[in-house]
Design a protein. Structure first.
Length: 94
């Protein structure tokens, strides 16, 4: 079982998370969107980008440090429109 971080929980990031969760991997996901974070943590679904497809077991966070802690695999799934935000968040990690 792998420990995986997906940085970006849009359509692609959420779909990849579902695939690995189905294979019983530990998956963490990072998002900058409050509504995505709340939807996943409260309802186990990404209602904005992938409604009607549960992501039970996905550990969502809005703190990149939490997403990266203890993982073996990192997947970058952020859109180019937020890439600079991602880089700023990444450079503040200790």
């Amino acid at each position: 079982m792998a420990h995986i971080a997906i940085l970006g929980l849009g359509n692609w990031g959420t779909a990849i998370a579902r695939m690995w969760l189905a294979d019983n991997h530990n998956v963490k996901g990072w998002t900058i969107e409050q509504e995505v974070y709340e939807s996943i943590t409260m309802d186990s679904v990404n209602a904005k980008y992938l409604p009607n497809h549960p992501v039970e077991g996905l550990e969502a966070t809005m703190h990149i440090e939490e997403a990266l802690e203890g993982v073996e695999i990192i997947v970058l799934a952020v859109p180019s429109s937020v890439f600079t935000i991602f880089l700023k968040a990444l450079t503040t990690c200790s």
